[in-house]
Design a protein around this ligand. Structure first.
Ligand code: MN
Length: 202
């Protein structure tokens, strides 16, 4: 499935046009007709991009952009604002609200899709950079890693310690036997191991 795009647009014809166009380019478009549902739908749909009409009843796209950008979870979603009339200062106001992209109606389909693609690529790059930065941060914070060699040494020590342990039980046993056989002294087996059965048999 292609990347997900939430399309918030009150005009039915525009909504269908945008969604058809996006689907024709391989995107998964999700229509939202009522701006009052936009935030909730963004949360549930988790889009890679939001296309936001500005002129809508009940709540304007500008207010929605501010709401979305004020939400810790949703603010990462890039927003492409679409506006019918570009009054002076419109674009600036929309960008100030936090929209990453801006397209004015009447829409050039080429410009619309080109802008969508550019915003998605920019978001992907940003995500990669953040991931790289996060990895770098882990590396920088990793001076804690010197603990790893210590753990490795401890493991080696454990191995070294185990090896002598394996030998120790083997060596005393024959020694006891050797001591018992030639001397025949009852004290030696008693001191060494107490009353084992083999000495008694011998
Ligand atoms: Mn509208």
């Amino acid at each position: 499935m292609g990347q997900k795009i939430l399309v918030v647009e009150d005009n039915e014809l525009n909504l269908k046009l945008f969604c058809d166009l996006l689907r024709a380019h391989g995107y998964a478009a999700e229509p939202v007709r009522d701006g009052r549902e936009a935030v909730e739908r963004a949360r549930s749909f988790q889009p890679d991009l939001i296309v936001m009409d500005i002129q809508m009843p009940y709540i304007s796209g500008l207010e929605l952009i501010e709401q979305l950008k004020g939400d810790a979870e949703l603010k990462r979603m890039p927003i492409m604002a679409v506006t019918a009339y570009a009054a002076k200062g419109d674009e600036e106001r929309i960008r100030d609200a936090g929209a990453e992209g801006y397209v004015s109606k009447p829409i050039s389909l080429m410009k619309f899709i080109g802008s969508v693609r550019a915003l998605l690529e920019a978001a992907a790059e940003r995500a990669e950079e953040e991931e790289a930065a996060a990895e770098e941060k882990e590396r920088v914070e990793a001076p804690v890693v010197p603990e790893e060699p210590e753990q490795a040494e401890q493991v080696e020590d454990a191995d070294e310690a185990e090896q002598p342990d394996e030998h120790e039980p083997e060596s005393p046993a024959p020694n006891v036997d050797q001591a018992e056989n030639p001397d025949g002294d009852p004290r030696l087996p008693d001191e060494a191991h107490g009353g084992d059965e083999p000495p008694r048999l011998i």
